[in-house]
Design a protein around this ligand. Structure first.
Ligand code: B12
Ligand code: SF4
Length: 440
């Protein structure tokens, strides 16, 4: 048995503070394996870290790195987390020179380079439940094999929720993330999810729903976000889950990432009946040309159809769109902005340029177009921009086109500012959904 201090390093609060469910999942797995854990959160620390180190006196420390940066090429502060994590490692090691390991979605997209920068000893790429237990046992027996351990999947999806911490996140306006599937059945050109998530797997609907019931009764949770890459993907699991939610009469409202293709009106209606109150759509590009260049499995017509279904069912829908990626020309920028006008009730959040991650299609494309070389470090963000655009002119065109419409958000920092202001008045939750007004 070991005493393991787990630290969530994420202090980013946009679009809302996200409860560290990755850290809780790892804590649950370690406790099930007979270890003692303490979860410490850098966003809501109750005591200084040095004090916790002295009071808890851990044998090993694990740090959760959810984000490396905010993937926004235009932000004045991109919230790069390398130095913050390096600082946490050095504080831990100064108090007690124990093994420190890293994990988390952000860490997993970079891996060893981040580990070396932060000065940690080990890292886990991908799902942490089973592999962390393995790493800890290797550390205890003095038998570690590598610096980097890879995901060995998930044995139990029920995290070790810290009730006090969860309350702080809910009070600050956050939605609790709940996982129902891991991985993604699509393979879009820029996406880093395969390195984070590994093989596609869906969990047992009954287990998830009992966990949701527990969140409702024991923790008073009223709103959740399903953290699946695509909630309504073609495997059909979302339908089974929602039917189970209806059967077990859950009361939570939920939002999730959706794909515009392949969902019928009746299916969306079923999701609404189960509690769906807002959709975040991975629209990603705004013309058929640029959607195809990203290997998205749908065209813009399907995006419009999906928006129309949401309107009919009065479900607020937000589109995340990136301008400037593969296939973009000044012509597709104009065409895309015209297309976006068709999404009348949709909230549209636009990013400029695509954050390049190792191992993705866009990484290979950037290499072949000599935008980066094999030696380029992606520890700090590099963005892919098509050669056929004038970036500054493109950004101006987007701003001009969106002017005067509160539901069109660009640059992304505009959304951040807006949410900060509205939160001061006590508003909680997604916030962007309040921009959509349907007649009831
Ligand atoms: C759902 C999601 C969101 C939702 C979260 C909803 C919610 N209420 O929870 C929303 C829409 C709010 C969101 C926002 C953002 N997100 Co996001 N999000 C995701 C997504 C799809 C899933 C994350 C998740 O919760 N998974 C479920 C939990 C249980 O798994 P997990 O956290 O990964 O934890 C597991 C492992 O990582 C590991 N692990 C975790 N911690 C630890 C610790 C240790 C010590 C160990 C060993 C292992 C370990 O084990 C855990 C259990 O298996 C990921 C992509 C992905 N496929 O992972 C992106 C992702 C994390 N997001 C990302 C980003 C950039 C953002 C934003 C900054 C975007 C923006 N500009 O607004 C914001 C930041 C929000 C914030 N306040 O921090 C990036 C981070 C990469 C990077 N560049 O840093 C990711 C990886 C997507 C990507 N582009 O590649 N996001
Ligand atoms: S962009 Fe979305 S749909 Fe495409 S592979 Fe990534 S998670 Fe899947």
């Amino acid at each position: 048995m070991a005493k393991i201090l787990l630290i969530s390093s994420n202090v980013y609060q946009y679009p809302y503070p996200v409860y560290p469910s990755g850290m809780s999942a790892v804590s649950g797995a370690l406790k099930n394996a007979g270890h003692q854990t303490f979860q410490y959160d850098m966003l809501f620390p109750e005591r200084p870290l040095e004090q916790v180190m002295k009071d808890f006196n851990p044998d090993i420390t694990g740090i959760s790195v959810r984000n490396i940066d905010n993937e926004d090429s235009l932000s004045r502060d991109n919230h790069w987390s390398g130095d913050a994590v390096k600082n946490i490692v050095s504080v831990v090691k100064k108090v007690k020179n124990i093994p420190v390991f890293l994990g988390g979605a952000g860490f997993s997209v970079i891996g060893e380079e981040f580990l070396n920068y932060a000065g940690a000893d080990f890292g886990i790429i991908g799902a942490g439940e089973i592999s962390t237990v393995g790493l800890v046992s290797d550390i205890l027996s003095g038998n570690t094999k590598n610096k980097i351990y890879y995901s060995k999947g998930i044995a139990n999806i029920i995290p070790d929720i810290d009730a006090n911490l969860l309350k702080k996140y809910i009070d600050a306006g956050g939605l609790l993330g709940v996982i129902s599937k891991r991985g993604c059945s699509y393979s879009c050109g820029y996406c880093s999810y395969p390195s984070i998530d590994g093989d596609f797997v869906s969990f047992d609907a009954k287990t998830i729903v009992s966990y949701i019931k527990k969140l409702e009764t024991e923790y008073g949770v009223k709103e959740i976000f399903f953290t699946d890459s695509v909630f309504n993907d073609s495997c059909g699991f979302a339908k089974a889950l929602c039917k189970e939610m209806i059967k077990q009469k859950t009361t939570v409202r939920f939002a999730a990432y959706f794909n515009p293709a392949g969902t019928s009106f009746d299916e969306l209606k079923l999701y609404k009946e189960a509690g769906l109150f807002a959709v975040e759509l991975g629209t990603d590009a705004s013309t058929d040309t640029t959607l195809k260049a990203l290997h998205k499995p749908f065209g813009f017509k399907e995006v419009e159809n999906f928006q129309n279904m949401c309107d009919e069912l009065k479900i607020p829908c937000a589109h995340f769109i990136i301008f400037g990626g593969p296939g973009e020309t000044m012509q597709t920028v104009s065409e895309g902005l015209e297309n976006i006008k068709k999404l009348k009730n949709g909230v549209v959040m636009v990013f400029s340029g695509i954050r390049i991650h190792y191992g993705t299609e866009i990484y290979k494309q950037a290499l072949s177009e000599r935008k980066i070389t094999e030696e380029t470090s992606l520890l700090k963000p590099h963005y892919y921009f098509s050669d056929k655009i004038d970036i500054s002119e493109m950004n101006k065109m987007i701003e001009r086109s969106f002017k005067g419409d509160r539901r069109r958000i660009f640059p992304p920092e505009k959304g951040e500012e807006m949410m900060k202001t509205v939160r001061k008045f006590g508003y909680k939750g997604l916030m962007w959904d309040t921009l959509v007004k349907y007649e009831q």
